[in-house]
Design a binder for this molecule. Structure first.
Ligand code: URA
Length: 204
């Protein structure tokens, strides 16, 4: 099976998932988007209110910033793959899906229930590099490390249960940059390191 077909089959499974309580209440699961043969996979925390409505990751304000971050080193939604630790939005009040304000880090049991999907996405795509966007992604991919501010911008690794290993680069989540614009220079440093690791030219 080719990567595109394998990812589509996985996305269909994710859309049908009711493995944890988030799956009972979300409007749409958000499997992921991008190039099946991507060299880099960006991993966020989980869908927010707008992603829940669209079924696509990073479509709100943080997503617009992520698009700019990608473009700054010549990447795009069409050349990378974008996914999240959890695929379903935590609904504030399932009887009223229009209520906003419940974007929150996944609970450990929600992340544990959903991680096999991310692992299978990584196994199919087999990227060279995973970029962990923010503390929740880092916690899921490197539970042993101290904290995001200590390790951001340092090259680490992530191994699938079968031992397949990828380079892992933790950086700030774009939503955190919207709250703390002074962190943007650190993300720019990290993106330049990513560009160099990928062997991309400046202005490419
Ligand atoms: N934040 C995330 O971590 N993921 C999304 O898909 C959107 C916002």
């Amino acid at each position: 099976m080719d990567k595109k077909t394998a990812l589509e089959a996985l996305s269909a499974e994710i859309r049908a998932c009711r493995r944890c309580p988030l799956g009972q209440t979300r409007l749409q699961a958000v499997p992921g988007v991008g190039f099946p043969d991507a060299r880099v996979v960006f991993v966020g925390e989980g869908p927010g209110y707008q992603e829940d409505r669209k079924g696509e990751p990073f479509v709100g304000p943080a997503g617009q910033l992520l698009d700019k971050i990608l473009a700054s080193i010549g990447l795009s939604r069409q050349t990378v793959y974008i996914a999240n630790v959890v695929k379903c939005h935590p609904m504030k009040d399932p009887s009223n899906p229009d209520l906003r304000g419940n974007d929150r880090p996944p609970l450990p049991e929600e992340a544990a229930a959903c991680m096999p999907f991310l692992q299978r996405q990584l196994a199919v795509i087999s990227p060279e590099i995973i970029v962990a966007l923010g503390a929740s992604a880092l916690r899921a991919l490197a539970p042993q490390v101290a904290g995001l501010t200590k390790v951001r911008g340092t090259w680490m690794s992530y191994s699938l249960p079968d031992g397949k290993t990828f380079k892992l680069l933790p950086t700030y989540h774009p939503a955190a940059l919207l709250r703390n614009p002074n962190w943007k220079k650190d993300v720019w440093t990290d993106m330049k390191a990513l560009r160099q690791e990928l062997g991309l030219r400046e202005n490419s």
